[in-house]
Write a protein that binds this ligand. Structure first.
Ligand code: HEM
Length: 326
């Protein structure tokens, strides 16, 4: 099946994306163009027998797998605070690098969102441009965003999800979703489309607007440092299995709620990474999957990989200001 031109990536489209992100959202030398402020962590992952039955991927066979994670505020500007308005918060990210027993890595990067505001790369590029700040207020012009959403109605739910993100108490109390479909391939070669998410073991603990106002602007990093010094943070990996006919190349479309869910494993993050510079310099590529997991045709999934490589190339070639962000 041939693709619509907006679904393709390529260097020209990556260039326009980064131009728009850097010009209209933020560019601070040395920092990621999105998820600029974050913290590297370490821990381990253990898959369940149910996961091992569904995929031959080596990190899903039940052995203890060492992981490096990065927990982040999704803003492109590292100086952006960990809150939105008095009642709302920010979108958070959790990236996980699994050390494969045979060497090499598998990587995933998920968001504290249920919906995403782009179905194809071009949606994201245009949304970045619609956020440009104008004279005389120095704020984004709401008319531009309204026009974008009116002409891209499939992006509305994801946009609403971002602006209504709840005020987070901790990285450890949030669920993170992979959003894209992938395929599980078992030892017999059977293929099933799935989506994954990380469900926190810590109870949902909403923060009141009063508490929110009192919190220091960058409270998430100091909170997770304090928490991991006392106790590990845990998540259950959940696979949602598609049925024939469910859309596998469009992350803006949900699957019916009754789809089979499988407890696929436990992630334990138990300490701050000893080399923050190394985690900062690295990149988490959601297309880096081992045999036993395959990529869907979701154009956003493939574009992310291209965009992250270029973001990493740019930031690692720049001098990063030495600033304390906690
Ligand atoms: C067209 C869609 C998207 C674009 C253009 C985009 C762009 C970016 C860029 C430029 C970075 C910084 C990469 C780096 O310098 O290492 C980034 C980081 C990140 N993105 Fe995306 N992104 C998109 C969609 C998504 C989706 C769908 C998810 C999750 C389901 C996601 C989760 C993350 C996370 C967790 C990070 C931080 C990774 C880390 O800690 O290194 N992004 N994104």
């Amino acid at each position: 099946m041939s693709r619509h031109p907006d679904e393709h990536g390529g260097p020209e489209r990556v260039e326009r994306l980064l131009h728009n992100m850097e010009t209209y959202i933020a560019r601070v030398p040395g920092f990621r163009r999105a998820h600029a402020r974050g913290i590297g962590v370490r821990g381990h992952f253990t898959a369940t027998p149910e996961a091992a039955a569904l995929t031959s991927a080596e990190h899903m066979q039940g052995d203890r797998i060492e992981v490096v994670g990065r927990l982040s505020n999704s803003a492109g500007n590292p100086y952006n605070v960990d809150r939105g308005s008095a009642k709302t918060g920010i979108v958070m990210g959790m990236a996980v690098r699994f050390a494969l027993p045979s060497g090499g890595n598998a990587e995933w990067a998920a968001l504290s969102l249920i919906d995403f505001p782009a179905r194809v790369p071009e949606d994201f590029i245009k949304l970045a441009s619609a956020q440009r700040r104008g004279l005389p207020t120095g704020l984004p012009n709401p008319a531009r965003i309204v026009t974008f959403l009116a002409t891209h109605p499939h992006c509305l739910r994801g946009f609403r999800d971002i602006v209504a993100a709840p005020a987070p108490r901790s990285f450890a109390t949030a669920a993170y979703r992979g959003l894209h479909a992938y395929y599980l391939v078992d030892a017999e070669g059977n293929r099933r489309a799935f989506r994954y998410h990380w469900e926190p073991a810590a109870p949902h603990d909403p923060i009141t607007p009063e508490e929110h106002r009192e919190l220091p602007p960058f409270h998430l990093l100091s909170e997770i440092r304090g928490r991991l010094a006392r106790e590990p943070a845990e998540w259950t990996l959940v696979f949602e299995l598609a049925e024939p006919g469910d859309p596998v190349d469009d992350l803006t479309k949900h699957w019916p709620k009754d789809r089979r869910r499988v407890r696929a494993g436990t992630l334990v993050l138990d300490r701050i990474h000893e080399d923050q510079q190394a985690v900062d310099d690295s990149m988490f590529d959601p297309t880096l999957v081992p045999p036993g997991i395959e990529l869907s045709d979701d154009p956003v999934l493939h574009f992310r990989s291209e965009a992250y490589v270029e973001s990493q190339r740019r930031r690692n070639g720049e001098t990063k200001p030495s600033i304390v962000l906690e």
